[in-house]
Design a binder for this molecule. Sequence first.
Ligand SMILES: [Zn+2]
Length: 176
Amino acid sequence: MEPRNDGEGDSEEIKAKVKNKKQGCKNEEVLAVLGHELGHWKLGHTVKNIIISQMNSFLCFFLFAVLIGRKELFAAFGFYDCQPTLIGLLIIFQFIFSPYNEVLSFCLTVLSRRFEFQADAFAKKLGKAKDLYSALIKLNKDNLGFPVSDWLFSMWHYSHPPLLERLQALRSTKQD
Ligand SMILES: [Zn+2]
């Protein structure tokens, strides 16, 4: 029993330490983050994303309707005499659309990062540049975000710009 108790005590100590390490944001910083989110709303980012996703759905279903009747597609996968719809769905959405989906997701990631910079600039226009600056650092620290990122990796994968780029953008707008 005793060593187990010791172990539990240790883990609680570690938990308390981790808790103390969390910084949290001050009210002004929370307000600055809210300013950023309001920027997304004011600049119509949500509406733009909805329109893009609706157009994408329409395009996918349109292409699906065109392709589902093609016998060659099914024959390529060994279905010579029948054309099961489920197999058609798999072939078209998983194989035919896969290069298109890669390109689309890259474009959406680029767009998303653009929107983030615009929302940051909006918060700056509200006079929240300084508080957003420190809030971004605290949030990155609390979320154990790694501050350095490879430009090629972040360009392909990150929906939000790397912390240092956002801080640099905030700083450069701060001066003018
Ligand atoms: Zn944002």
